[in-house]
Structure formats: C-alpha cells, structure tokens
Design a protein around this ligand. Structure first.
Ligand SMILES: C[S@@+](CC[C@H](N)C(=O)[O-])C[C@H]1O[C@@H](n2cnc3c(N)ncnc32)[C@H](O)[C@@H]1O
Length: 237
C-alpha cells in the first residue's frame, strides 16, 4: 500500500501493533545553502523544501512525533532502522530512547565510492549511521542468513557501493538509498509475508526491495513527483 501525504497524518490512521519492520530515512536537515561535489560537478547541497533547516525545537518535535507513531504501529516483536549522519542521528537516538526503543546495533554504512570534498579542510565523509532498535525484548534476526553472506559472523560495519545507475531508471531522487543496503536490512530483520513500513519513501527503494523479497509494504511520501517515481518503480515488478 502506498500513500501520498504527510507521514505523521497517515500513520495516525493505521492500527496499533500492525507493522513488523520500519525503515526510516528521514530528512537530515542538511539544506543550508552550501555547496558540495556530486558526479564531479559543484552542486548545491539543497535537496528540497522537505530538507530545509528550521529551528532546533521544530526539528526535534517533528522527530519525536514520527518516531512515536512508528513505535505505536510496531508489533511487540518489531524493529526499526533509522539512517542518518552526525547532522541528525544523535538527536534521533535521544528521542528513540525517550520513547522506549531499545538500541540493538548502530550499523555503519561505509561508502566504497564517496564523493570528494569541495573544501579540503576536513576528512572525506564516507559513512552514514543506521540505528537498529527494538520495541520490546524479542525480535527477528536472521543470524544464519547474514553469516552465509560473509562466511563468518557479520560485523556492524558494511562497506557497500552507492546507488547504481539502473536504480534511477524511474526518475531522479537526490538522496536515494542503494537497493543492496535495503536488501541486507530486510533480509536480516524480517521474514517473507512480514509488513514493512517506510514513512519517508522517496524513490521507493524500501518498498521496491520489500516486494522483490516477498514482503508486504506500506510506503508514505509527501512530494507528488517522488510518490509517482516510487509507484512506477514498485509496479514494475
Ligand atoms: C531522505 S529521503 C528518502 C529517500 C529514500 N530512502 C530513497 O531511497 O529514495 C526523504 C523523503 O521523505 C519525504 N518526506 C519528508 N518529510 C515527509 C513527511 N513529513 N511525510 C512524508 N514524506 C516526507 C521527502 O519528500 C523525501 O522524498
């Protein structure tokens, strides 16, 4: 099921304890008028109005509200993954703990091909963090499947390439996540037939991979142009 709308409003209409797994890639609030490099060109860091930096209080209230709805919707055995960088992730983690989530891991997604720095005054940004947390005590973890991927116990640092060109066949999104990353997350923490929710659907990566892996899905996106990219992409399966 896909929804065009604000995720907090849509989630309020869904039933308690109905979702097995949440993957959330929320705004990182990076759009401050600065510049960076993408595909060898100098570009604006601005992603769109949805990523504009507002006040610290407003951002924290937004974070608290969407996380609270995710907590309410998760089944007692459910888990949530939330991606971010230092710009947002520590505030997200604080809100998660206040709501009652219990942190399982903080996975480092190490990018094997990060873009170069525009201003050579710091280390190159080459990773994102993904918090994995549970609602109560028991949760799904497919340890053996993850073991098979590496032929040993899988670490919490994953080196994976960025989005491949063919993943953008249905249109451009500025912060699309790679399918490979979602495949790993969904395989690790859900089973066939489970229901997966993405409140910040973007180009549809989570629901596209969920459908490919025979899971049910709920995706919410408030920008019409991204909603239709996601819809066409998911329906192509
Ligand atoms: C970081 S992007 C997600 C990208 C996605 N993971 C992908 O692979 O394409 C965040 C998305 O959430 C959407 N968004 C931001 N605020 C929202 C809200 N309140 N409700 C629903 N969608 C929202 C934005 O339009 C944007 O497409």
């Amino acid at each position: 099921m896909l929804y065009l709308g604000d995720c907090i409003e849509v989630m309020k209409r869904l039933d308690n304890d109905s979702i097995d797994l949440v993957f959330a890639d929320p705004p990182y609030f990076l759009s401050n008028g600065g510049l960076s490099i993408s595909s060898g060109k100098v570009v604006s860091v601005n992603k769109g109005e949805w990523d504009d930096k507002t006040s610290y209080q407003d951002i924290n209230l937004f974070t608290k509200n969407w996380l609270f709805e995710c907590y309410r919707l998760l089944k007692p055995t459910g888990t949530i993954w939330v991606s971010g960088t230092h710009h947002n992730i520590f505030d997200v983690e604080k809100e998660m703990k206040k709501i009652g989530f219990k942190i399982i891991n903080i996975v480092i997604w190490h990018k094997s091909d990060p873009p170069p720095l525009l201003y050579k005054n710091k280390f190159r940004f080459s990773y994102e963090m993904i918090i994995w947390a549970k609602k109560f005590n028991r949760h799904t973890f497919n340890y053996d499947k993850m073991f098979q991927v590496c032929s040993k116990e899988m670490d919490d640092v994953w080196t994976l390439p960025a989005v491949q060109k063919f993943e953008k066949n249905f249109g451009y999104h500025p912060t699309q996540k790679p399918e490979y990353l979602l495949e790993r997350i969904i395989m690790a923490s859900s089973n066939e037939g489970d229901i997966i929710l993405d409140p910040f659907l973007g180009s549809g990566t989570t629901c596209y991979v969920a459908k490919k892996l025979k899971r049910s899905y709920v995706g919410i996106e408030k920008e019409q142009k991204y909603y239709f990219i996601a819809k066409n992409r998911i329906e192509s399966i």
